[in-house]
Design a protein around this ligand. Structure first.
Ligand SMILES: NC(=O)c1ccc[n+]([C@@H]2O[C@H](COP(=O)([O-])OP(=O)(O)OC[C@H]3O[C@@H](n4cnc5c(N)ncnc54)[C@H](O)[C@@H]3O)[C@@H](O)[C@H]2O)c1
Length: 418
């Protein structure tokens, strides 16, 4: 049994804390957000993640997990899972990591391990954390173990992936890697690979960048297809018959706290990251591309009513951070459109949440922004009765074209040229 502090009990920190607690470790979540701390101490959660509510309730009632708004002293391990957002100028905002590491300094003891889980720019452990941790007076790597172990979990499948994914542990020396590896072995069934901290930072960033660049390619294909009069979805389906090709799906942009941000950490650190930068620009241009498409379908936006179905950054989760559909929503309103939103997952986070058919009242166009399961069987005849106009724009190739046309509506698909 180890004593562990998880700093930041959000989407990553809370499931991690609960998993360690479920294996019999004594875990304390340290967070500045009193709402999250109080909820956890009641055995409740304030985020949506399948299975997490039950697990937290169980480990809190067993006395293995609690939370507080100050950093506990003298524990075996301190795991940092605080946000790493970007600034306006796309550089990394490392203030949360910096303040978390500073909070740890008076708390660690000889033999403690400090683990950075937050996705961070290359050399964060070496250049940002180690100078701060030197203030502990402990011999780094001998009396205080330090490593980066990036998180790869998929929202919606977090508990399963925490257990089954393989994991990278990048220690500042071999001993640090070994100490941290043995800690994670209690929750991880996948393989744990040991490397250096900077290699681990690069690995995580390249994993997300790989996806971002490939999505940018799919989005570029969607734009070209509209220009050249082909259906990109058919191109993708057929091209992917090639045994070594796997083109991803286009969409209204890339969001979330990871893929939409992390590639910028590389752009900031290296002038060679040219393809990576252009891919970010491509993906960030998609909400505007969709806006222009809506405008051309409706012959203008001023005074038009747009029904937006789904605003999260991906289906079947409640996370709206960096969501391209949230950007689209703002841009539509800026152009004078009246936007009515329906999102069965993010409902509590947005002030404008209707049920599907109320959101269609007097609408000129329905825009499917996110393919939540709840949108799979919309009754388009009922929607058509409520609408003012007759257009449906599908940005995910998710809706049933025949059903829509049968209801007397006109179906438009992102990436399909006329
Ligand atoms: N969300 C994901 O799916 C995911 C996946 C892999 C990696 N990551 C990375 O994990 C990190 C955390 O992301 P998240 O989604 O869990 O963030 P989050 O916003 O859900 O949670 C972070 C928590 O940290 C708290 N916090 C901020 N500064 C603090 C401080 N100085 N001391 C104590 N608590 C503090 C916040 O109050 C918040 O509760 C990020 O670097 C992110 O890129 C996230």
């Amino acid at each position: 049994m180890k004593t562990i502090c998880v700093i930041g009990i959000g989407y990553v920190g809370l499931p991690t804390a609960a998993m360690f607690a479920s294996k019999g470790h004594k875990v304390i979540g340290y967070d500045l957000n009193e709402k999250a701390v109080n909820a956890l101490n009641r055995g409740e959660i304030i985020i949506e993640e399948p299975g997490l509510g039950d697990l937290v309730k169980k480990v809190v009632s067993q006395g293995n997990l609690s939370a507080q708004t100050s950093c506990p002293k003298g524990l075996d391990a301190y795991i940092i899972a605080v946000p790493t957002p970007i600034n306006e100028d796309k550089t990394a905002d490392m203030r949360f990591v910096e303040s978390a590491v500073n909070a740890i300094v008076p708390c660690v003891r000889k033999g403690s391990a400090v683990i950075l889980e937050s996705t961070s720019p290359p050399r964060t452990v070496e250049d940002l954390m180690l100078p701060i941790l030197a203030k502990t007076g402990l011999k780094i790597g001998e009396e205080l173990y330090v490593a980066h172990s990036p998180e790869r979990i998929l929202p919606g499948k977090v508990l399963e992936e925490l257990r089954t994914n393989s994991r990278i542990v990048g220690g500042i020396n071999q001993k640090s890697s070994e100490v941290v590896k043995s800690l994670y072995e209690s929750i991880v069934e996948g393989e744990i690979f040991i490397t250096t901290s900077t290699t681990a930072e690069m690995c995580k960033l390249m994993e997300n960048t790989f996806r971002d660049v490939n999505i940018a390619l799919a989005n570029e294909l969607a734009k070209m297809s509209e220009e050249l009069g082909v259906n990109c979805w058919e191109v993708i389906k057929l091209a992917n018959q090639h045994p070594r090709v796997n083109i991803l799906s286009p969409g209204p942009g890339v969001g979330g706290h990871c893929i939409a941000l992390d590639p910028w950490f590389l752009v900031e650190k290296s002038a060679n990251a040219k393809l990576i930068k252009q891919s970010r620009i491509n993906n960030d241009s998609m909400p505007m591309f969709v806006l222009n498409k809506i405008e051309s379908i409706l012959n203008g936006l001023e005074g038009k009513t747009v029904t937006l179905l789904g605003v999260t950054y991906k289906p079947n989760i409640d996370d709206i951070r960096e969501s391209p559909v949230m950007h689209l929503w703002k841009m539509l309103e800026k152009e004078g459109a009246n936007v009515k939103v329906c999102d069965p997952h993010a409902g509590e986070k947005i002030n404008n949440n209707f049920d599907i058919y109320s959101a269609c009242e007097n609408s000129d166009i329905i825009v499917l922004g996110v393919n939540h399961d709840q949108f799979a069987d919309i009754d388009f005849s009922l929607a058509a009765e409520k609408m003012n106009g007759c257009s449906v724009l599908d940005t995910r190739n998710f809706l049933n074209e025949q059903e829509i046309e049968k209801a007397g509506l006109k179906y438009y698909l992102l990436g399909k040229g006329n």
